[in-house]
Design a protein around this ligand. Structure first.
Ligand code: 5GP
Length: 125
């Protein structure tokens, strides 16, 4: 997958495109925002609804998770997801986290894909 390189995964999250989105330096189609997280439409959607929920604090990925603050942030992101589903008017959906090179992560700022708006298949193709 383009972008999911070792170089991309060595990036400091503060140097990624999502850092610029959080800072308001580049635009996004914002779906929801609060003090801990931001949700916006993916620029290359793979389904009728494809949002990304990201923490506002820089966390590179799942392998960087540690400690109470991260538990609070990730728990908050999870309980925010049904709100996003309501905003988007979707019923069922799929959550995806790509981690590291083998997981095809291309932006080293933790994000959960929220994918829906159509009947998805399983296992994924
Ligand atoms: P990953 O491959 O790391 O799991 O997911 C990164 C996602 O970010 C991809 O689905 C990609 O389309 C999306 N993306 C990359 N750059 C941008 C951008 O500048 N704006 C938005 N909205 N999405 C982006």
């Amino acid at each position: 997958k383009p972008g999911a390189t070792a170089e991309a995964n060595r990036q400091d999250p503060k140097d990624t495109i999502f850092a610029k989105i959080v800072a308001g330096q580049i635009p996004c189609k914002k779906v929801y925002e609060d003090d801990l997280c931001l949700v916006f439409d993916d620029i290359a959607p793979c389904a009728p609804v494809h949002c990304l929920i990201i923490p506002k604090k820089p966390i590179g990925g799942v392998s960087d998770l540690d400690g109470e603050e991260h538990k609070k942030i990730l728990g908050h992101m999870m309980v925010t997801i049904p709100k996003v589903a309501e905003i988007k008017g979707i019923d069922g959906y799929r959550l995806v986290i790509n981690e590291g090179v083998h997981g095809c992560q291309s932006v080293r700022w933790l994000h959960i894909h929220i994918i829906g708006g159509k009947q998805l298949s399983w296992p994924p193709g």
